[in-house]
Design a protein around this ligand. Structure first.
Ligand code: FES
Ligand SMILES: [Fe+2]
Length: 345
């Protein structure tokens, strides 16, 4: 499978990585992440060039990672920095060092050979560091190709079928879909799948968790796709006719990173502008999200992937297309155009 390489992929939440080597696979490549004593994060190929032991099974010795098998050590640039068996350093003994960037409480990895470009990291995720919001975060391993996860997010018509917790008791699923207005915005490097319902009963969590008693509210759920597979989700609900910012705002990040062709890393962060200090709200919200993603979305994506047989490219199977597939298809087109352009270079 050919991936877009010269771009940032979400690699880990910052708090996942410490001085203890941490192994994770990205785009089929094994990488070890760790922090040196100054707190900086580093990423090296997780395979010793001697007998191919995983460096992540070793430990840090004075900021160098020591192979657990015969003790070669490597510096943060990936070059062998110590050979306990002979004074000379074998010049071929080096591993690939990956550029990393730490921002928004996350570690981002650059998988391409072109120089890493910080300006390519989208600014949409500033809410993760803003005092206006409290955020809960999580990680999910998905048994499916990363684009299937993106499709799932860009087509929210699955929500009333797959996620009963988000049901609106006063409306049938059909009524709900009928009352939802949609708009698809295509930009050069962004697709926005906009959905809103004006003057409709709010969904379960808006009432039970955030305590809105209004019978009718204006709700929105706008998914912004950004290459390669990042989603900024602008969701919320306001009193009828009220400005969006004055109501409940629930910005979220869904960052999907291919692990292998058939498996994905799914990082989610859910912000809220209400109940900022309430730990109980953290737990409730995390419970709702974990249930939806772990128990409902992931098993569906895994089942879908298994029914697709050997392929991971759904378009090769000539799927039936519905109106709501506009956003996933637009995103796939932009991404495959970018991959083609990168390959041609
Ligand atoms: S496998 Fe790493 S030093 Fe031998
Ligand atoms: Fe879902």
């Amino acid at each position: 499978m050919t991936y877009l390489r010269n771009c940032w992929y979400a690699a880990a939440w910052s708090n996942e990585v410490s001085e203890e080597p941490f192994a994770r696979q990205y785009l089929g490549e094994h990488v070890v992440l760790y922090r040196t004593a100054d707190g900086k994060v580093h990423g090296l190929e997780d395979r010793c060039p001697h007998r191919f032991a995983p460096l992540s099974m070793g430990c840090l010795v004075e900021d160098q990672i020591q192979c657990p098998y015969h003790g070669l050590r490597f510096g943060t640039d990936g070059a062998c920095s110590y050979n306990p068996h002979y004074k000379a350093l074998p010049s071929a003994a080096k591993v690939k060092a990956y550029p990393l960037l730490e921002r928004y409480g996350m570690i981002w990895i650059w998988m391409g050979d072109e120089p890493a470009d910080e300006s390519q990291l989208p600014e949409d995720f500033g809410f993760l560091e803003s005092e206006k919001f409290t955020t809960v975060t999580g990680y999910l391993h998905v048994n499916g190709n990363y684009q299937l996860v993106v499709d799932n997010l860009l087509d929210l018509t699955h929500a009333p079928y797959l996620h009963p917790a988000f049901a609106i008791p006063e409306m049938t699923t059909e009524e709900r879909l009928k009352r939802t207005t949609t708009e698809l915005v295509r930009e050069e490097r962004r697709v926005i799948a906009k959905r809103w319902r004006l003057s409709c009963p709010p969904n379960g969590p808006t009432r039970t968790l955030f305590g809105f008693k209004d019978k009718l509210m204006d709700s929105r759920s706008h998914m912004h796709w950004l290459p390669p597979s990042l989603i900024y989700f602008d969701a919320g609900a306001a009193r009828v006719g009220e400005e969006e910012e004055k109501g409940l705002c629930l910005p979220a990040i869904h960052a999907i990173t291919p692990e292998t062709e058939r498996t994905s890393h799914y990082f989610f962060g859910q912000g809220r502008n209400m109940l900022l200090e309430e730990a109980e709200a953290d737990e409730t919200l995390l419970g709702i999200l974990r249930n939806a993603f772990h128990n409902e979305d992931e098993p569906m994506i895994a089942a879908q992937q298994s029914r697709m047989g050997d392929t991971t490219e759904i378009m090769d199977l000539d799927p039936v297309l519905l109106k709501s597939d506009g956003a996933p298809i637009a995103a796939r087109r932009i991404l495959s155009g970018m991959i083609e352009a990168e390959q041609a270079n």
